[in-house]
Design a protein around this ligand. Structure first.
Ligand code: SF4
Length: 344
């Protein structure tokens, strides 16, 4: 339940919310955004030090809804004032797109305003040139005892996650846990999470084969004018889903298992690290920042939240969204999100 502490901790428009951990909320529902909101939120959080991996999503090529560079730069500036050495980072995608290796990923970041010059800190793709640099991190999960975390994130001293709150076709919504779990994993880790899913053509599929090129794993073929899936090759990445001009492909499988796997990966990303987290409930769209186009907005801007606890932060974000949208939280995306189950 969303419960305000009733105390203005930063300014007239910022509150402390009561959850298992403190969540700080800068309310933008009745107010225009001001970059000073970032200063206030950062002042509530513990200082992080050393080499700080600032994990963001630069946005897929053509998608301009990710967190805006001006906010990210302000966070970087505050970290540098604390004598930290921040670098901006993300990992290679599993699906075919413009972020499958460090070169095209950095070009995409540059197109969206993120460079060493504009941000005042390096942009480092955390899993190396081809998404193959990672460390196996031990965790005590129900599914995984070891997860694969991108090496530059693993080797950083501290972690700051900056997440865009929006809908997601597999997790219902995407926030901090998704940014940590999926976002800090190299393609080999993403495959471990996605492997419980696969595409399925609907009755309307005519076997035209427009989707074949979208699969870099060679899992799709046309046999006797029917689409055939090679499950031994399919990674469940979902890259083919948007390629059907008639929307005849759906990703199916055990979504709850997928979500649990992602939550355990999130645990691996923060293992042994000082970490702080910010969620931006702005430019809220139905689907995630991986789709290669700019989607219409489905809600008014809500605000910016900050916490040291990813679970409390995502729960508060979801509660605020639902409070504003009433019963229409279904608008976030296709599956009903299941409860967030990562262990602290
Ligand atoms: S067939 Fe499987 S591996 Fe290929 S794009 Fe679709 S989901 Fe990904």
């Amino acid at each position: 339940m969303l419960e305000r502490g009733g105390k203005n901790v930063l300014s007239l428009h910022s509150f402390e919310l009561r959850y298992m951990a403190k969540v700080y909320f800068h309310d933008l529902r009745e107010k225009e955004v001001n970059l000073r909101a970032i200063d206030g939120l950062m002042s509530t959080l513990p200082h992080v030090g050393g080499m700080v991996a600032v994990k963001i999503h630069f946005g897929e090529h053509g998608n301009t809804r990710a967190v805006k560079p001006a906010f990210v730069k302000r966070i970087i500036d505050r970290l540098k004032e604390q004598n930290a050495y921040p670098f901006l980072t993300d990992t290679a995608t599993l699906y075919t797109g413009r972020r499958t290796n460090a070169l095209n990923h950095r070009e995409t970041a540059l197109e969206h305003g993120f460079s060493h010059v504009s941000m005042g800190c390096p942009v480092i793709i955390a899993d190396g040139l081809k998404g193959e640099d990672y460390i196996k991190v031990s965790i005590d999960g129900e599914i995984f005892k070891r997860v694969k975390i991108a090496s530059s994130i693993f080797h950083s001293d501290s972690l700051v996650s900056i997440s865009h709150f929006k809908g997601h076709s597999l997790t219902g919504f995407g926030g901090c846990v998704k940014n940590l779990g999926m976002g800090c994993a190299p393609p080999a880790g993403k495959e471990e999470m996605h492997s419980v899913l696969h595409p399925e053509p609907s009755e309307g599929c005519t076997g035209r084969g427009d989707c074949l090129e979208s699969c870099r794993f060679g899992a799709l073929s046309i046999v006797d004018e029917r689409l055939k899936l090679d499950l031994t090759r399919c990674t469940g990445c979902g890259g083919c889903i948007g390629s059907c001009p008639d929307s005849n492909l759906t990703l199916v499988g055990d979504l709850k298992e997928f979500q649990k796997r992602m939550a355990e990966y999130a645990l691996g990303a923060v293992e042994g690290k000082m970490a702080i987290h910010l969620n931006f409930l702005m430019d809220i769209t139905r689907l995630c920042d991986c789709v290669p186009y700019t989607q219409p907005l489905i809600a008014k801007d809500i605000g910016i939240l900050a916490s040291t606890d990813p679970i409390a932060l995502d729960k508060a974000s979801l509660d605020l969204f639902e409070e504003g949208m009433g019963a229409s939280s279904e608008r976030l995306s296709i599956p009903k999100y299941s409860s967030i189950t990562a262990r602290r």
